[in-house]
Each structure stands twice: as structure tokens, then as C-alpha cells.
Design a protein around this ligand. Structure first.
Ligand SMILES: Cc1ncc(COP(=O)(O)O)c(C=O)c1O
Length: 451
């Protein structure tokens, strides 16, 4: 049993703030929320406590962030120590020792020679940074004309301008104008014949040929990079069919297209290895990371690139010149580096990536039992992440929204997107927590009558 996975009966109601109107919440139905707020006031291990004093089981590791469970003292103490010693360092022309230590630790976890690590503050920043690196890399090779990016339908690559352009979700795009030019989308990998399959489906590798069609249509020499979530997480956990990622890699190689794997959700053990690249046996040129990099205790993201990408960009700059005109005030913030180092220590000490691999069969088998619930139309998953689809109500997304509220009130926190539910429990979870999660899901979802 993981030491911090204690249960506490301490709850304690805390009054909701009197004025709720000033905080504009992201990705939230603000008008509804403010009439019936759902606030967390405390967390520990696999649990949150809400402001009414109820214990809420965390079925989504916060937002795929808190893989090692909540409120790990090792992390909060490391952050506090760091803030007392060195609260801030400018990140341009300056740094501090922990940023180098952390980059080395991350490089030791990444596959092959993805040895160069650039720090940012979120997954969205990691994506936009990776897009710029791809452009800079090709320019340095004398191929600055490669202006196109390939992404996929149902992709979620964050919310900055580049990531919005890459995203394949209509709601995330339709209000925001034309966005970044040169982005094209290939199909997602969800297929009706793969419904109710856990693990990688046998069918669907041929969907990778969509990338070849983009090459044939636009010219491979115009495409800078292909961005792929190894498992598309936010739109409901779409697991890549067997052979799909390998074929994408082959097509990229044939046309010097960079392959960017967005590991913001999959990274740091979610698939049973450090990164999904390793679980699926594919080496990308660039990986984007965030979320569990600090166990959610500090905002941080990173972009890991192959030596050749770094070397090419750096070598193209004249001596004495900045090589990449890009960075953030809070890149490699000392407190975030301290949090991440303490997090990686926990992952290693508690062997949490192996633990995820061991717990995966039990988790996925348990989630499979939802197939018998009438309102469920599909269940799928890999490692310690699973998704389910609800039969939609009259308005698409309405049922998903309602289910999420009902589950919260019944003591379970999960993420929903439209009518899809996403489960990604902390990697320290025990079988009894999985049982409790499925118990609440079956009870709440079992109440829906589907005609
Ligand atoms: C695959 C993927 N990429 C990027 C992002 C954006 O990360 P952030 O919300 O930290 O900006 C997310 C967030 O969920 C994500 O799932």
C-alpha cells in the first residue's frame, strides 16, 4: 500500500465565498456553476473534500495531473524550501542548478535521444513551443517553406493559438476565427467495429494512410510536422489501433516530416511506462509534456527533442546569437523544478509506472463491466486511462454534463467531454478504490432509462 494513500474522515464544511461573480471559470458553464458551486477545499491521497465536507473520490487524478495522489508532503516541502532559498530566476540568459538537474532526469526517462528539454508552464505552451521548434528546425535545414502541420479530428492540443488550430474539436475552434493557417486534419481512430475493446484494437491501422493522402495532396515537402496524441485523451480516450503509430512514423520518415507525440496526458506512467512512446514502441522527434510532470503541485510543461533537432537549430545560429527566439518569464521556475524533481523521486521510489502496468488489467476489466449499463454505448481504455460513451440525450453533451454533476454529488470526480466520460485514477490507487469508483458509476449510470 502506498504510504500516502491514507483515508481521513476529517471533512468539515467550509462556506462558499460570498461573491462568486468575479472569477470567470475556464471550460465551465459559469451561470450554472455560480448557482450551485462545486468547490474543493482539501485533498489527500486519492480523495478530495468539497466545501460541504463530503469526501469525493478522485477518478481522474485531478485533471490527469496528480498521478502520485494528492498533497504529497515530499513535494510541498521541496517547493517551500525552494521558495525560501531562491524564489525566482529570470529564465533568459540566466538559470539555476535545478533546471539542469531536472532536464537530465527527464532526458533519462524519454526514449532514444530525446535528450534536450525546454521548459514551459503548461501543455498548451508546450504545444505552441513545439510548433515553433518544428518551423525553426526546417528553416535551419534550408526548408523554411514547410509551413503545414497535420493534426487529427478529435485531437486536443491545448488552447493557445497553435494548439487551437491543431485541435479537432468544433467547440474549441468555432468562436475563434481562422487561426493559424496551414493546419490540416486527418481522421481520428475511433471505429464502430472497435467498440467495447480494451487495449489496442486490431483494426484501423489503415487510418494512418490519411497522412499519406495529405502528402499526396499538399506535397510532403511542405509539411513541417504531424502532431499526434498517442492516446487521444480529452475527447474520450481513443486508443491507437495496432500498427497505426508505426505507419505514421514510416510516412513521416519518408518525407522528413517531424513526428510530435503530445504526451501531456499519457506521460509519466499513465500507460504503464514512462511515456506512451515506449508503451507503443514508437520514437517521436519531439514530445510535449505537462500535467503529471509536477504531480499537479506547480504549473509546468516541457518539450523534449531529439539531439538532432536541437543541434540543427543551434548550429544554424551565428556564433554569439540567441538560437531560438522563444521562452517564457516563468520557464523553468525554481519552485516548479523543485516540485518536478520531488515528483520524479516519488515515481521512482514507489515504482509507480510499474504499479500502473500491474493495476491496469484490474482497472480495465472493472471498467469493462460498464458495458452492461444500458446508457453506455462504448467503453475503451489502455493502461490506467479509460473512456466511455453515453447514449446522448436530445441535446448532444447535455447528458455528459448532467452525469458529471450527479457523479460529483455521489462522491466521484471524473472528467466528461460532451457525452464521453474519462477515467484516469491516481497511480497509487488500490483495487478497493477502483471498486468504489465502479460502484458509484454503475449506481449513477444505472438510473438512466434508454429508449
Ligand atoms: C494532450 C493534451 N495536450 C495539451 C493539453 C493542454 O494542456 P494545458 O491545459 O496544461 O495547457 C492538454 C490538456 O488537457 C492535453 O490533454
Amino acid at each position: 500500500m502506498a504510504k500516502t494513500n491514507r483515508e481521513s474522515t476529517e471533512g468539515g464544511a467550509v462556506p462558499a465565498p460570498a461573491a462568486l461573480q468575479h472569477h470567470w471559470l475556464p471550460f465551465t458553464v459559469n451561470r450554472d456553476f455560480k448557482t450551485d458551486p462545486r468547490l474543493f477545499v482539501r485533498a489527500e491521497g486519492v480523495y478530495f473534500w468539497n466545501h460541504r465536507g463530503d469526501q469525493v473520490l478522485d477518478g481522474c487524478s485531478g485533471l490527469f495531473t496528480c498521478a502520485a495522489g494528492h498533497c504529497r508532503k515530499e513535494i510541498s516541502r521541496a517547493v517551500a524550501r525552494q521558495l525560501e532559498q531562491l524564489d525566482y530566476t529570470p529564465s533568459f540568459l540566466r538559470s539555476h542548478p535545478l533546471s539542469f538537474e531536472l532536464a537530465e532526469r527527464i532526458a533519462a526517462l524519454t526514449p532514444a535521444d530525446l535528450n534536450r528539454v525546454f521548459f514551459v508552464n503548461s501543455g498548451s505552451e508546450a504545444i505552441d513551443t513545439a510548433m515553433k521548434m518544428c518551423a525553426a528546425y526546417h528553416r535551419a535545414r534550408g526548408e523554411g517553406h514547410r509551413y503545414m502541420f497535420v493534426s487529427r479530428e478529435r485531437a486536443y492540443h491545448g488552447v493557445n493559438l497553435g494548439g487551437t488550430a491543431l485541435s479537432g474539436m468544433v467547440k474549441n475552434r468555432e468562436s475563434f476565427g481562422p487561426g493559424v493557417p496551414g493546419v490540416v486534419h486527418i481522421r481520428h481512430t475511433w471505429l464502430p467495429e472497435n467498440r467495447f475493446i480494451m487495449g489496442q484494437p486490431q483494426h484501423g491501422a489503415e487510418l494512418a494512410e490519411d497522412l499519406q493522402r495529405m502528402v499526396d495532396l499538399y506535397g510532403g515537402s511542405n509539411i513541417a510536422a504531424c502532431f499526434i496524441e498517442p492516446i487521444a485523451g480529452s475527447t474520450g480516450v481513443l486508443v491507437p489501433p495496432k500498427g497505426y503509430l508505426q505507419r505514421i512514423r514510416e510516412i513521416c520518415d519518408a518525407h522528413n516530416i517531424l513526428l510530435v507525440l503530445d504526451e501531456v496526458i499519457c506521460g509519466f506512467g499513465r500507460t504503464g511506462k514512462a511515456f506512451a512512446a515506449q508503451s507503443f514502441g514508437v520514437v517521436p522527434d519531439i514530445m510535449t509534456l505537462a500535467k503529471a510532470i509536477t504531480n499537479g503541485a506547480q504549473p509546468m510543461g516541457a518539450v523534449a527533442v531529439r539531439d538532432e533537432v536541437y543541434d540543427t537549430i543551434v548550429a544554424a545560429a551565428p556564433p554569439g546569437a540567441v538560437e531560438l527566439f522563444h521562452g517564457y518569464t516563468f520557464s523553468a521556475h525554481p519552485a516548479a523544478c523543485a516540485a518536478s524533481l520531488a515528483t520524479l523521486d516519488i515515481y521512482q521510489r514507489e515504482d509507480l509506472f510499474s504499479r500502473a502496468a500491474e493495476l491496469s488489467d484490474y482497472f480495465l476489466d472493472s471498467v469493462s463491466s460498464l458495458a452492461d449499463v444500458p446508457v453506455i454505448s462504448d467503453v475503451r481504455g489502455f493502461g490506467m486511462i479509460a473512456g466511455f460513451d453515453l447514449v446522448p440525450d436530445a441535446v448532444p453533451g447535455a447528458r455528459g454534463y448532467e452525469v458529471q454533476k450527479r457523479l460529483f454529488d455521489a462522491g466521484l470526480h471524473i472528467k466528461t467531454t460532451g457525452d464521453a466520460g474519462i477515467l484516469a485514477p491516481p497511480l497509487i490507487s488500490e483495487k478497493r478504490h477502483i471498486d468504489a469508483m465502479l460502484g458509484t458509476l454503475s449506481e449513477v449510470l444505472g438510473n438512466y432509462v434508454v429508449k
